[in-house]
Write a protein that binds this ligand. Structure first.
Ligand code: ZN
Ligand code: ZN
Length: 216
């Protein structure tokens, strides 16, 4: 299997990995974290460490001062391969196993947003949404601000905005303060998995007309 791990430069924050390991991250963000982890050796190792540490604390009942022996036992444990949960879904095309599981094995149901941009909403509730975005090469996503955090993971192609370049496997974390215009690189279409904590705010007239269609 082709790995993009060496090319990934934008990772999941430690706070978010810890929240995911503890099961306290909202579903729409969790899907992005799970998908990134499936593509990224570095974050998979960090997640395993968090899960092992969380398990060790639970076994002890309460966190206590660890003896040197216990510490080395724990570190030895971290080196062991983590047993994999049975994965009923596998990667299909550019969609990693967690995305295929969220889609229940079906291909995404794309809806046109105009200018060749398409989206497929995977899940949406009051707390937020997660969707796939398809942006033709060279095309821009309208400028918008965020209420809450937007997590965008690239599955194919690449995009650039004011903060940098994001290629396959990279995650952009955009907060309240960021108004940005992501532009897909020329060539291959950019396909992203994007989770938002609240509806996006678009600035110019045309995108505001589009917003009800976006349903995000
Ligand atoms: Zn990573
Ligand atoms: Zn954004």
């Amino acid at each position: 299997m082709m790995s993009h791990t060496q090319d990934i430069t934008h990772h999941i924050s430690d706070e978010m990995i810890a929240a995911y390991a503890a099961g306290s991250l909202e579903w729409h963000y969790s899907l992005v974290v799970a998908t990134h982890v499936s593509m990224c050796d570095e974050c998979r190792a960090r997640l395993s460490a968090h899960e092992a540490a969380g398990g060790a604390v639970m076994e002890c009942g309460r966190p206590t001062q660890m003896s040197a022996n216990a510490k080395s036992d724990l570190l030895a444990l971290l080196d062991e391969p983590v047993p994999q949960e049975p994965q009923p879904f596998t990667k299909s095309g550019v969609f990693p196993a967690p995305v295929m599981a969220a889609l229940k094995g079906d291909p995404p149901k794309w809806k046109s947003l105009g200018f060749g941009v398409r989206q497929s909403i995977i899940h949406k509730d009051k707390s937020g949404s997660v969707r796939l975005l398809y942006i033709p090469g060279g095309q821009a996503v309208p400028e918008h601000g965020h209420r809450g955090i937007e997590l965008t993971l690239v599955l194919q192609g690449a995009f650039k905005d004011e903060t940098g370049r994001f290629g396959v496997g990279d995650v952009e974390v955009a907060g309240d303060e960021l108004d940005h215009i992501p532009v897909a690189e020329k060539g291959e279409a950019c396909i992203c998995l994007a989770a938002t904590g609240a509806p996006l705010r678009f600035h110019s007239l045309v995108p505001r007309i589009f917003q009800p269609i976006f349903r995000i």
